[in-house]
Design a protein around this ligand. Structure first.
Ligand SMILES: [Zn+2]
Length: 403
């Protein structure tokens, strides 16, 4: 059996923020109900579950002049294949999304190509007067990069007054001026103090201003603790949990900003996740062409994640019982949706939580294939609907075989 195209209701085990219960959902309107009138996919006697899908609030879909790396179609198709149904897209594109014109180009590309809901972030504009124009568009919020802290302080102050979400890359511009010869040297000289300092600077600008501040890809325990003392929310990226420089990884492929830290640092992050002190997991999916990743000196930072991260992290966190299913959903479904204010049941995912497989490279993303350490999957998306339309899963066999 394949995922039906013309379906109105799906019945079975439905997960909401309150927990799981059996019931039915209207695929078109997202309403939960216990009654259906025909055209129903009944999953009641299967081990499949129904939920709105993961939300990834930090991805680089590229597109525009960088469509050779990834675009709004390939990236969203890759996401849907993992059961990710919302993306917030970063603005360090070409052109950069710091003008209304560039932002409109991006919004048009999303409308034309995206297979799931996507909101872009706006970048910090040079002129503070432009802030208001950017804030009026359909954006997830504003993204602050290290160089903005140095050069665009007036615009940042203006942004903090808009009430829009502000997401910080927690490093200082000094970090990019440091040259490292190995992955461990990178992780050491581009130190945790640079993350903490960036959080302090933004906190000093944000005094009593209405915007909510979120610190993305925190890679050190100190950064998380500091962000929390200011009342900011925090996410961590899969690579800072799974990888560390003690694993002696390839400096080109595994170059990321902030850098990979020590094994102790990644274990501390894992511990914070298990203790419930991290708000969100976000991937920082950062695809590049092969020629941009194969030279240690000029390699661009970033790891592609969209076709791997939820199932790999479920294998590490949920399968051994470190997190319950609902605790994992809190970090990957409910909290990210609340932060960027996404309509929760606009999308519906039929998911096999017991599927076991292995990441074998990209099927939809243009990103180069990676060997992912501990790459076993636990869980698989079977059917993905967006406002009643089947966007992924047509050819997939949907019934689960065994627990
Ligand atoms: Zn990023």
């Amino acid at each position: 059996m394949i995922c039906p195209k013309d379906i109105r209701w799906i019945c079975g085990e439905i997960w909401t923020e309150q927990g799981s219960s059996s019931g039915c959902i209207d695929v078109l309107t997202g309403e939960l109900t216990d009654k259906t009138t025909g055209n129903t996919l009944d999953l009641t006697h299967t081990t499949l579950i129904i939920f709105p899908g993961y939300a990834d609030i930090h991805v680089h879909l590229r597109g525009l002049n960088q469509s050779y790396k990834e675009d709004e179609y390939t990236g969203t198709k890759a996401a849907a294949s993992q059961g990710i149904t919302f993306l917030a897209d970063m603005p360090n594109t070409s052109p950069r999304l710091d003008t209304p014109e560039a932002l409109d180009l991006k919004l048009k590309a999303i409308k034309r190509k995206a297979q799931i809901p996507v909101k872009p972030y706006a970048a910090v504009p040079q002129n503070p007067e432009t802030v208001e124009k950017l804030a009026k568009r359909t954006i997830a919020g504003f993204k602050i990069y290290p160089s903005d802290l140095e050069k665009r302080e007036a615009s940042i102050k203006k942004i903090l007054e808009t009430g829009k979400l502000v997401v910080l890359h927690p490093e200082l511009p000094e970090a990019d001026r440091l040259e490292a010869e190995s992955i461990s040297q990178r992780g050491t000289i581009r130190g945790c103090h640079l993350e903490g300092a960036a959080v302090d600077i933004l906190a000093s600008l944000s005094d009593n201003k209405p915007s909510k501040i979120h610190v993305t890809h925190a890679s050190c325990l100190e950064t998380v603790m500091k962000a929390k003392t200011y009342g900011f929310t925090v996410d961590v990226a899969p690579h800072h949990i799974i990888y560390n420089y003690d694993q002696h990884l390839d400096i080109s492929l595994y170059k990321v900003n902030p850098p990979l830290r020590s094994m102790l640092d990644s274990h501390r992050l894992l511990q914070l996740i298990i203790e419930g002190r991290i708000d969100i997991i976000a991937s920082d999916h950062a695809p590049h062409a092969e020629w941009e990743k194969n030279d240690p000196l000029s390699s661009r930072p970033g790891i592609p994640w969209l076709e791997a991260w939820p199932s790999i992290l479920r294998r590490i966190l949920v399968k051994p019982g470190a997190l319950s299913q609902q605790e994992f959903f809190q970090l990957t479904v409910w909290n990210p949706r609340k932060l960027v204010r996404v309509n929760t049941w606009e999308t519906i995912v039929v998911y096999d939580p017991y599927y076991q497989g292995r990441y074998t490279g990209s099927r939809y993303s243009k990103a180069i294939p990676y060997y992912h350490y501990m790459s076993e999957y636990y869980g698989e998306a079977r059917c993905v609907y967006w406002r009643g339309r089947l966007v992924y899963g047509e050819e997939t066999r949907i019934f689960s075989t065994a627990r």
